[in-house]
Ligand binder design. Structure first.
Ligand SMILES: [Zn+2]
Length: 373
């Protein structure tokens, strides 16, 4: 299951009888102190949650969540992943614990729905990616797993004939030989391009190797595949998978930040022109309420109380006891999280933005729309 599929599944969960417990834990432990900090956070957060309104079902979920978190904290081996996500709601039949290769904050939340903002952020920042380490006769394909597990790699090898040079041959023979090798290299690179193209799930590709070979391979990629190449890097076949994956992740992260900034700039321009985009809380809420959002951009620090109507689906600000559209009773929500959930449920995507002056100036939220509203 990809992270996006998991996210979409969780966005459909709603439990009014007993709250959903969502725990995020930053597991980037380089020393014992950080591990100790995680313990302190967990103890404090669970203690506060257990002092809340007693419900037998929540107790069971809190115990299970605690068990999952403690097992990870007490694990002496490096967990390998940057974060842990645990979601539980016994009455809804929901119990999931999984690692993610993306930075998450330490948070424990109890609500009628799973808390999804940090997970949406990780899913958006880490689309399914592949590193291809290619030379003239070999290619290693290394899918980057978002759960931080060691990559499972595949080696493609062409059987190169006549590879051993014999001494004393004439120049003609040597050039024939070189020609033949060149043809073989061409066929090898064509085959590598085809193998990469067969992996439909992969959204981002990093090509690694000597620049000459990479350029030759890139020239052979069909256009839709070439568009998925997020970057290239020098690499040697003998480099271990873990080190290559780490270098590729840094490269992808930089590409992702650049892409996010450019697409957000374009959305704000489009919104100002009255096109298929919105900027600001009121316009974006309206679009979210109509399920018109293709991609939501929300500043990390954006939090605002508002009103959700379960009857007609309206999301509005400020807080009101009754829906301004249909007159039914409403519930108070944090609008950032409410918008994220709603967009994910509708099949849209979400970008959490750390810093962006123009987005801050319009109120912290903007959206690319499926159609003009
Ligand atoms: Zn309503």
């Amino acid at each position: 299951m990809t992270l996006r599929e998991r996210l979409r599944g969780l966005a459909r969960v709603q439990s009014d009888a007993s709250p959903v417990v969502s725990l995020y834990l930053d597991t980037r432990w380089t020393d014992e102190q950080q591990r100790a900090r995680a313990r302190v956070f967990l103890d404090g957060a669970l203690d506060r949650a257990r002092r809340g309104p007693p419900a037998a079902t929540v107790r069971g979920d809190l115990d299970w969540v605690e068990g999952q978190a403690r097992a990870r904290i007490d694990q002496t081996a490096d967990p390998g992943a940057a974060g842990l996500v645990v979601v539980a709601c016994g009455p809804a039949g929901l119990r999931e614990a999984f690692a993610v290769e993306g930075v998450v904050p330490n948070v424990l939340a109890l609500d009628a729905r799973p808390f999804l903002r940090p997970l949406a952020d990780v899913a958006e920042a880490h689309p399914p990616a592949l590193v291809a380490i290619v030379d003239g006769e070999r290619a290693r394909l290394l899918p980057l797993r978002v759960d931080g597990a060691p990559p499972e790699e595949v080696t493609l090898e062409s059987a190169v004939e006549g590879h051993h040079r014999r001494g004393g041959w004439a120049l003609l023979a040597q050039s024939r030989y070189a020609n033949r090798l060149e043809n073989q290299r061409s066929r090898h690179l064509d085959a590598v391009a085809e193998a990469i193209g067969s992996l439909a799930d992969v959204e981002q590709i990093v090509l690694a190797g000597e620049p000459g070979v990479i350029a030759a391979l890139q020239a052979r990629l069909p256009r839709p595949l070439a568009a998925r190449v997020a970057g290239t890097m020098r690499a040697a076949q003998h480099e271990p998978a873990g080190a290559l994956a780490a270098r590729a992740r840094v490269l992808l992260q930089d590409a992702e930040r650049r892409e996010e900034r450019e697409s957000l700039d374009a959305v704000l321009v489009e919104a100002a022109k009255g096109g298929r985009a919105t900027a600001g809380v009121a316009a974006t809420l309206d679009a979210v309420g109509r399920d018109a959002v293709h991609r939501l951009y929300v500043l990390e620090r954006y939090h605002e109380p508002g009103t959700a109507c379960d009857h007609c689906g309206a999301l509005v600000t400020p807080v009101r006891s009754h829906c301004p559209l249909c007159g039914q009773a409403t519930r108070t929500v944090e609008l950032g999280e409410a918008m994220v959930e709603r967009v994910l449920r509708g099949g849209g995507t979400v970008e959490t933005v750390a810093e962006h002056a123009a987005l801050g100036a319009v109120g912290g939220v903007a959206a690319r729309l499926r159609w003009a509203v």
